[in-house]
Structures are given as structure tokens and as C-alpha cells.
Design a protein around this ligand. Structure first.
Ligand code: 5MM
Length: 338
């Protein structure tokens, strides 16, 4: 393992004012996104959609890395250029999602464990040849029922994945996501997130994972979407930073949040509130899927004549989040663009 190189890549992924585009929707998830804008889920539509994002000039200024799905890392643009080359030419690091999804955890009603470890060493070797320099594995937790068995099984899987990634010259993004889809309070989200992060770092230690060569991708501490009482922006920022300080060693180069179903502007405002006026041991940035892509998807609607408009929508969200990653975003900037 070349720790210096892993650390160099990890630092590039959390470079100041930049963040990660999570474009790793599996075929089923992208179908849901396309259904919402009435676009047929074909390979060429998926290619055209991702190609216009990767060719957006703002990639160069605000996007440090792109997480891809297996199909996309092998795909070529309409002119025959591999999509990975377009990403690398923008200065962003190409990455790959390697988990095969959350599956029911036996005898644990409704809880899941993320799978994908079988053959992973060989898959990493293949992905490295295809140009991937980082990877992602996501575990999900329902905060209304999380058991130690679920937290421990997922932490062990995350740690085994991260060790295999580093062995093969790939920076692991470790993504434990406490879901925000339920009716739990912000206090419950905080308690479960702290438990999950502590167990995850414990297992990373046992697995010999070098913290300097990884990125953490956590949820923010928010109220469940169906909870009557919603925490405000400052409360979310305070609670999230407090838990991260308790759980994440300073050796980790950066933390890149998922958006988890927050609105575009909420995800930006929360990130900004965490960065504004604080000196922290790690870079705090974004690794958003929905909060970067909802606006361009809507503007595109599957029509080539809308590509320029959709690229502008993507560039705007990338810029807003780039500013939030340095605590310089202001709500007025959203209005100016509208
Ligand atoms: C882009 O969406 C990824 C999920 O894809 P699958 O469900 O098809 O596997 C997801 O892992 C994503 O990378 C993270 O959850 C962050 O995305 P959000 O939308 O939460 O910011």
C-alpha cells in the first residue's frame, strides 16, 4: 500500500472549495429519477445525461471527484471518448461504487446489511485499470430500529471493503448513512449516528485501514422527515460538528456529506453553517447525489435542446455547494441566480 499516494488522492478529493458528484445511481435508482422527469431509462439516455454533466465547464472549479456506477465507468461519450477521460480532463478524480446494495439482515426485522465483498479484490484491480482512484460503499441504518447486530455487521463490511480498496491503491469512501426517512427526533438521529460512527472507526482500526488514506461520507444530524419538530439550520450544524468531533480522528483528511433527501438549498445551507467561522481538523465538503442533480434533471427533461439550461442548473448547484464548503455561501446568491 502506497500511503503517500492514497493520502494525495484523498486530499485532492476534498480540495478547498470543491466537492464530489455522486452519479453512481444503479439502473433501478436512475430509472426512478428518469420516471420523475418522464425520460425513458435507456443506456443512451443515461449516457447523454451523465455526459452533459461531466462536460459542464463548472466541473473544473467545483467538482473534485465523481462516483460512477459500473456501467458508466465503461461507457463512451457520443464522440467515442471514454467518460472517465472527460472526468479526468476536468481535473476531477474518477471513482466507483462497489457495493451491491443493502440486503435484509437475517432475523433482524427490517434492518439491512450491505453486500458486495465476494470477488472484490479482483473487481478493484479491474476498476483501477479502468481509471478509478477511489471507491464508495454505503451502509444504511433505520434509526427507529437500529440494533448492535446491524451496526456491527455493516461496520465490519465497511472495514473489510476499505482495507481491500487501500490494498489495491484505491481510496475508500466509507459511507454509513443513518436514513432521514422516518419520524424520529433529531436527538435519536444524533445518538444512532454517534453509535454507528464509533463502531465504524473501531472496525476500521481492527482492519488496519490507514485513516490518512480514506474519506468519510456520513449523514448530517437531522430530524426524521416525518417528525413533527424539525431542527433548524444552526442546530443541525452544531449537532453534526459535535458528533463528528467525538467520533472522527483528525488523521482523516476529509468528510464529504451525503444529502440524504434534503432539499437542494437545505443541503447547501447546512454545509455552509458547519464551515462558517469554524476551524476544524478535517475538510468538510459535499458528496451529493440528489442535491446536485435534481435541478439539472428537471431542466433537461431528456431533450437535447435543454442541455445548456441543464448544465447551467448543475453549474449553479456546484458553485453554491463549493461556496458552502468554505463557509462563504449566502441565501441571496440563490435568489440572484433565480
Ligand atoms: C447517487 O445515489 C447513490 C445510490 O445509488 P443506489 O441506491 O442506486 O445504489 C447513493 O449512494 C449516493 O451516492 C449517496 O447516498 C449520496 O446521495 P444523496 O442523494 O443522498 O446525496
Amino acid at each position: 500500500m502506497d500511503l503517500k499516494e492514497l493520502n494525495r488522492i484523498a486530499n485532492a478529493m476534498v480540495a478547498k472549495g470543491k466537492g464530489i458528484l455522486a452519479a453512481d445511481e444503479s439502473s433501478g435508482t436512475i430509472k426512478k429519477r428518469f420516471d420523475a422527469i418522464d425520460v425513458e431509462n435507456t443506456e443512451s439516455n443515461r449516457r447523454d445525461y451523465r455526459e452533459f454533466m461531466f462536460r459542464t465547464p463548472a466541473m473544473r472549479d467545483y467538482i473534485s471527484g465523481v462516483i460512477l456506477f459500473d456501467e458508466t465507468i465503461r461507457q463512451k461519450a457520443a464522440d467515442g471518448t471514454p467518460l472517465v477521460e472527460i472526468i479526468a480532463a476536468s481535473g476531477a478524480v474518477p471513482g466507483i461504487k462497489v457495493d451491491t446494495g443493502a440486503k435484509p439482515l437475517a432475523l433482524c426485522d427490517g434492518e439491512t446489511v450491505t453486500e458486495g465483498l465476494d470477488g472484490l479484490r479482483e473487481r478493484f484491480q479491474d476498476y483501477h485499470e479502468l481509471g478509478a482512484r477511489f471507491a464508495k460503499w454505503r451502509a444504511t441504518y433505520d434509526p427507529t430500529k437500529t440494533s448492535y447486530n446491524c451496526i456491527n455487521a455493516n461496520a465490519q463490511a465497511l472495514a473489510r471493503y476499505a482495507a481491500l480498496a487501500q490494498e489495491n491503491g484505491i481510496v475508500p469512501i466509507v459511507e454509513p448513512e443513518v436514513l432521514m426517512d422516518y419520524d424520529n427526533t433529531v436527538e435519536t438521529c444524533e445518538a444512532v449516528t454517534e453509535w454507528v460512527l464509533k463502531e465504524t472507526f473501531q472496525q476500521l482500526y481492527y482492519a488496519n485501514v490507514a485513516l490518512e488514506g480514506m474519506i468519510l461520507k456520513p449523514n448530517m444530524i437531522v430530524s426524521g422527515k416525518k417528525c413533527a419538530k424539525q431542527a433548524g439550520i444552526d442546530e443541525v450544524a452544531e449537532r453534526t460538528v459535535k458528533v463528528l468531533k467525538r467520533c472522527v480522528p483528525g488523521a482523516v483528511p476529509g468528510i464529504a456529506f451525503l444529502s440524504g433527501g434534503q432539499s437542494d438549498e437545505e443541503a447547501t445551507a447546512h454545509l455552509n453553517a458547519m464551515n462558517a467561522g469554524r476551524t476544524l481538523p478535517w475538510h468538510l465538503t459535499f458528496s451529493y447525489g440528489r442535491a446536485l442533480q435534481a435541478a439539472p434533471q428537471k431542466a433537461w427533461g431528456g431533450k437535447s435542446e435543454n442541455v445548456a439550461k441543464a448544465q447551467a442548473a448543475f453549474a449553479h448547484r456546484a458553485r453554491m455547494n463549493g461556496l458552502a464548503a468554505t463557509g462563504q455561501w449566502k441565501p441571496e446568491l440563490e435568489k440572484q441566480a433565480a
